[in-house]
Design a protein around this ligand. Sequence first.
Ligand code: NAD
Ligand code: TYD
Length: 335
Amino acid sequence: MNLLVTGGAGFIGSNFIHYILREHPEVSLVNVDALTYCGNLENLSGVEKDPRYRFVKADIADAGTMAEVFAGASFDAVLNFAAETHVDRSITGPSVFLRTNVAGTQILLDLALKYGVPRFVQVSTDEVYGSLPETGAFTETTPLAPNSPYSASKASADLLVRAYVHTYGMDAVVTRCSNNYGPWQFPEKLIPLMITNALEDKPLPVYGDGLNVRDWLHVEDHCRAVWLALEKGVKGEVYNVGGANEWHNLALVKELLAILGKPESLITFVKDRPGHDRRYAIDASRIRRELGWRPTYDFASGLRQTVQWYIENETWWRRVKSGEYQKYYQTQYGL
Ligand code: NAD
Ligand code: TYD
């Protein structure tokens, strides 16, 4: 099976590539990534030598270059991980989110159609459903109600996928996963930011009252869900993915500090994110029932392993945290 994986130098895409090359010897793949601030080929070290792997630096929103990638490649499927993904950046600069997440997805859909690619998997997010009160969980029929420019751009892409299924008969599925954690996550997202700041004895910026809730899943469990959706998902369907693992941000940050043996005095409450979604929770019963998916990681050990990974890969995150990210950090937090 010959796959086009977009965004494979990012957090989830790189984990997916490691996972697939390890677990599925029948798969070969082309990784297309624009290497934006968070795309990092170091996430794929070791993989470059695999003859089943090829990297192409390209922007999914550049139709001409993407047409060259598709021409003559005969892909069996496209898996679209490429996106601008950080809610806070979408608040300060939404344009690039529309370009990559919406126009980029539409260009991939068009090319998949033109070149007769038999399957398309759109990797989406639970954030398209908006925010939940204290109870309940998102199902696949929860109305879309995105609240940030990021989630609005992802919801738009999901709707384009739906339109291509209905209008052109395209064979596509959408996965909507909750928050991921694990190795190679860019340290602007909650868990790696808190781990790396704590390791540097820097303040841990918690937004608002810290009582927002997120539903955390290990990235490898997400990767297995994407693979199952590719293999067994029903054309036109949406699959929610989540491990029923809800945490208040503050409780999670305290847990990380406890694992690291660092003091809670590092916690600094900062101004809340505008339009901050209060709670996400996923009902994943459909993918469990219909595709036989189960999360394999237990959160306590997955979190410890992740902390250990950041301790052992200090060179990786220190390099990532220098340069452009430094400028963003100062503008975002003034810390
Ligand atoms: P990431 O920000 O770590 O990686 C995104 C990758 O896409 C980077 O390698 C970047 O260089 C690449 N990219 C960005 N713009 C591009 C463009 N125009 N052309 C080609 N490549 C481009 O993101 P992630 O956390 O790995 O997320 C991957 C996907 O999973 C996204 O679609 C995201 O919406 C979705 N998702 C993420 C989470 C999460 O918790 N991180 C949860 C659910 C869904
Ligand atoms: P994040 O990792 O940005 O994921 P998302 O907003 O897409 O769910 O944030 C997870 C939660 O952590 C969210 O409620 C915002 C909060 N948060 C902070 O409190 N401080 C921070 O510095 C960051 C980045 C996030």
